[in-house]
Design a binder for this molecule. Structure first.
Ligand code: C2E
Ligand code: MG
Ligand code: MG
Ligand code: MG
Length: 282
């Protein structure tokens, strides 16, 4: 009967909900352990100019859980964002990245700026900028070696506060980019108000920019918009030469994606940055 079905569905539904909530609790517990046991590491993915020179890197968190293996940030970052754990994870990333920069500087290695993904909750946390400044001093690193990638969501929710925070970061010479640009709801007036440096075109538009008219239009529009606002554009998730060439014709300045480089561990990046080819056209 309908009644029976209804009840059965409800039961299934609550069981599923319960299961999901339980999984999240257990993942949250494992994240706490991971913080205590220092289970996180950093992969670095280069951003290149059209001549393939590496101009900066993006730091991407990696977590190898002893029992579960590699867990994607797409899975655990949203859970961490529900609590203050994201602030702790953010601090760990800042510390690791600054530590890496200072190690490379000590080795007289070629060094390029490194971008860190910053969650909304972290950006607007009371002492975020003070913490960053303290860490820069501690590691002896100039802010011009840091870049922060933020998504549109937080900028819209808390615009006045974000303008203030971004201005403080600018005073430290830290660059700021909007990540996954085009997927949120930024209005043009917001873009004009915010002290930004870079727009990163979301991978979903890059993916078919060479085959779908609509996606090509969106990429071209973002590139022109950025140009008019004196911002740089990075195309993320470039996987083919055809995508690269299409974006290059549109005037995109920087590129990131598997076509150029995968995210890699620091020692491979060190090697890449310091081989002579890294500087020349290929
Ligand atoms: P994102 O910041 O947009 O980073 C780009 C993601 O696309 C990365 O996935 C990267 O490995 C992947 N990617 C790069 N090139 C290509 C490509 O050519 N094709 C495809 N299909 N994918 C490509 P990853 O490392 O799994 O990170 C996923 C997301 O997790 C990031 O998206 C970012 O939002 C978040 N995330 C990663 N690390 C951190 C972190 O330290 N803190 C915070 N708050 N979020 C992070
Ligand atoms: Mg990013
Ligand atoms: Mg992105
Ligand atoms: Mg993306």
């Amino acid at each position: 009967s309908a009644k029976f079905h209804g009840r059965d569905n409800f039961k299934l539904y609550t069981e599923k909900m319960g299961q999901k909530a339980q999984e999240e609790v257990s993942l949250e517990r494992r994240i706490k352990q991971a913080i205590e046991k220092d289970e996180f590491s950093v992969a670095y993915q280069p951003k290149v100019k059209a001549d393939k020179t590496v101009v900066s890197l993006e730091a991407l968190i990696r977590w190898e859980q002893p029992e579960l293996g590699l867990i994607s940030p797409k899975e655990f970052i949203p859970i961490a964002e529900q609590s203050n754990l994201i602030v702790q994870i953010g601090e760990i990333m800042i510390d690791k990245v600054l530590g890496q920069l200072s190690e490379w500087i000590d080795l007289d290695s070629r060094v390029v700026p490194i971008a860190i993904n910053i969650s909304g909750r972290q950006l607007v946390a009371e002492d975020f900028v003070a913490h960053v400044e303290k860490k820069l001093t501690e590691h002896g690193i100039n802010g011009e070696y840091l870049e922060f990638e933020i998504t549109e969501g937080i900028l819209i929710q808390d615009i006045e506060n974000c303008i203030a925070v971004l201005n403080q970061l600018k005073a430290l010479h830290i660059k700021v980019s909007i990540d996954d640009f085009g997927t949120g709801y930024s209005s043009l007036s917001y873009l004009k108000k915010l002290p930004l440096d870079i727009l990163k075109i979301d991978r979903s538009f890059v993916n078919e920019c060479d085959s779908k008219t609509e996606d090509a239009e969106i990429c071209a529009t973002i590139i022109n918009l950025a140009k008019n606002l004196s911002l740089l554009t990075v195309a993320e998730g470039v996987e083919t030469q055809s995508q690269f060439k299409t974006l290059q014709k549109m005037g995109c300045q920087l590129y990131q994606g598997y076509y150029f480089h995968l995210p890699q561990e620091a020692k491979h990046i060190h090697h890449l940055l310091n081989q002579p080819q890294a500087l020349s056209v290929s």
